[in-house]
Design a protein. Structure first.
Length: 489
């Protein structure tokens, strides 16, 4: 057969523990290659996607903190795809998976900032200005006038400005997955005569978890009133719990008696978001021509997970708990490949990236070879390596508001080594040379504490050297504002 199209659909914040036949009936029922123990390289979007691009761990590519940007030499996967004759494309409304973060390298067609673009166009205002003022407006108009699709670009600009200036609502669903898929499907329909490599990030499973999407809520019979949405939104700052150990905000206390009740309700809404994500993937498969799907390899996965109180942690900051890094990895292969295969060996996105490279360069032409490539290239010395380098929050701002000791607890580097039965984590606080070793047993998608050792460093100097601190990178105001709405800052 000719080279297959390769479509990678990434549910941002999609953890494996919550993907079940109830929350994802379409994905669960469809015949596929399923890697049941896939781990994201890190705990949040930027370093995980950088590993997918670079085929390296976060320790090696170094794109681990808020202001880090991927460079063109690190975009190995999309660059390899281009060399093999693939047309490469990116679709995203996520500011951490965008041109601004360097993920345009190796990508011919970049369609990011889709939350501001109801009309299909690769032109994104976010990539050209950092603020909203007269000079920025003039710059944008010049850019628009020099490009095709002028009418669509002007309409998107007006829509985006209106959306930016409007007050955010705590009762409206904030993400735009249906629009992202519409942009992807339009691109496929116009370009399917040549092999395509498309990376798509969907925020529909991401924080905030206080407004369920209508379809997901209906399917799970979940009803969340506007009063409850506002009460949950008032508590939607993980710093209140993790850094202050604060009581629930007064507005939240009207309907909830404890943080545990808040976490449980958020998780129910998160499940509805997954149900909606499953619906979007199903609609995507219906919209794309059957011939194209039969000639495609479609990957559905998550870039990291989400914690709802496990080990006292929320969100996806600095914990390497399995709920934060164990993600689904479903591969729907071309019609000529074998499906219905389950792989239980621990793998990672790095192995996935190498497997996709093999598909596109022709060295991987079937299920067995693909599985072998993913498994072999996922592990180093028989272990999957994962890492996290401090919080996604602005640490300078944290120190102005919180106790230094509390802030120091989240300013930590961790590297984890995962085998079939255990996880060994080394952690070191920023600015310190000593590290702590903690060993966990892996049980039923979670972990159990086994042993702890102070002043212990990995035997491999590569990891020992990485367990040192560096300075935080500052962000521009526009990116900071967008990330704050997603709970990052």
């Amino acid at each position: 057969m000719a080279k297959p199209h390769v479509f990678v659909l990434i549910g941002d914040c999609l953890r494996a523990a919550s993907v079940t036949p109830d929350t994802a009936p379409f994905l669960s029922a469809r015949s596929k290659i399923e890697f049941t123990r896939c781990y994201s390289p890190s705990t949040w979007t930027r370093p995980s996607h950088a590993s997918l691009y670079s085929q390296q761990t976060p320790l090696n590519h170094g794109v681990t903190r808020r202001g880090d940007v991927l460079d063109d030499q690190q975009a190995r996967l999309p660059t390899q795809a281009q060399k093999q004759g693939y047309r490469t494309a990116l679709f995203s409304e996520n500011p951490t998976f965008s041109t601004q973060a360097g993920f345009n390298h190796g990508i011919e067609y970049v369609d990011d900032g889709i939350h501001r673009k109801p009309f299909v166009s690769p032109f994104s205002p976010d990539a050209h200005v950092d603020s909203i003022d007269l000079d920025a407006a003039v710059t944008l108009l010049r850019k628009i006038w020099s490009r095709p699709s002028k009418v669509a670009n002007v309409a998107n600009l007006v829509y985006g400005l209106a959306a930016e200036l409007a007050d955010d609502s705590d009762t409206d669903y904030p993400h735009h997955g249906e629009r992202v898929f519409d942009h992807l499907q339009t691109f496929i329909s116009r370009n399917a005569e040549q092999p395509l490599f498309c990376l798509t990030n969907l925020l529909d499973t991401h924080n905030p978890h206080h407004v369920p999407p209508t379809i997901g809520a209906r399917e799970l019979k979940l009803s969340v009133s506007n009063d409850e949405r506002r009460a949950l939104a008032a508590a939607n700052d993980d710093r209140l719990y993790m850094l202050e150990n604060a009581e629930l905000p007064e507005q939240t206390q009207i309907l909830f008696d404890s943080w545990d009740e808040v976490f449980a309700r958020r998780e129910e809404i998160y499940n509805a978001q997954i149900r909606y994500f499953d619906h979007l993937v199903k609609q995507y498969t219906k919209a794309v021509r059957q011939r194209v799907l039969e000639e495609s390899l479609v990957v559905v996965t998550g870039d990291h997970g989400q914690l709802f109180g496990a080990e006292g942690q929320l969100g996806h900051q600095v914990s390497l708990h399995p709920h934060g890094i164990h993600v689904p990895l479903y591969v729907f292969p071309p019609a000529s490949w074998e499906a219905g295969v389950e792989v239980t060996t621990p793998v990672s996105w790095i192995g996935l990236s190498h497997g996709l490279s093999g598909v596109m360069d022709g060295s991987v032409t079937g299920t067995e070879a693909f599985v072998d490539a993913v498994v072999e290239r996922s592990q180093s010395d028989g272990q999957v390596v994962v890492a996290v380098d401090g919080p996604t929050w602005d640490v300078t701002a944290l120190r102005e508001r919180y106790d230094d000791e509390a802030v120091d607890e989240v300013c930590v580097r961790k590297v984890g080594f995962i085998t079939d039965e255990s996880m060994t984590v080394y952690e070191s606080h920023w600015g310190e040379t000593e590290a702590r070793k903690v060993v966990y047993g892996l049980v039923d998608g979670s972990r159990e504490f086994r042993d702890e050792q102070a002043n212990a460093l990995p035997d491999d100097n590569r990891y020992t050297e990485w367990l040192q601190a560096g300075e935080e990178v500052r962000l521009d105001a526009e990116t900071s504002s967008r990330l704050e709405k997603l709970g990052y800052l």
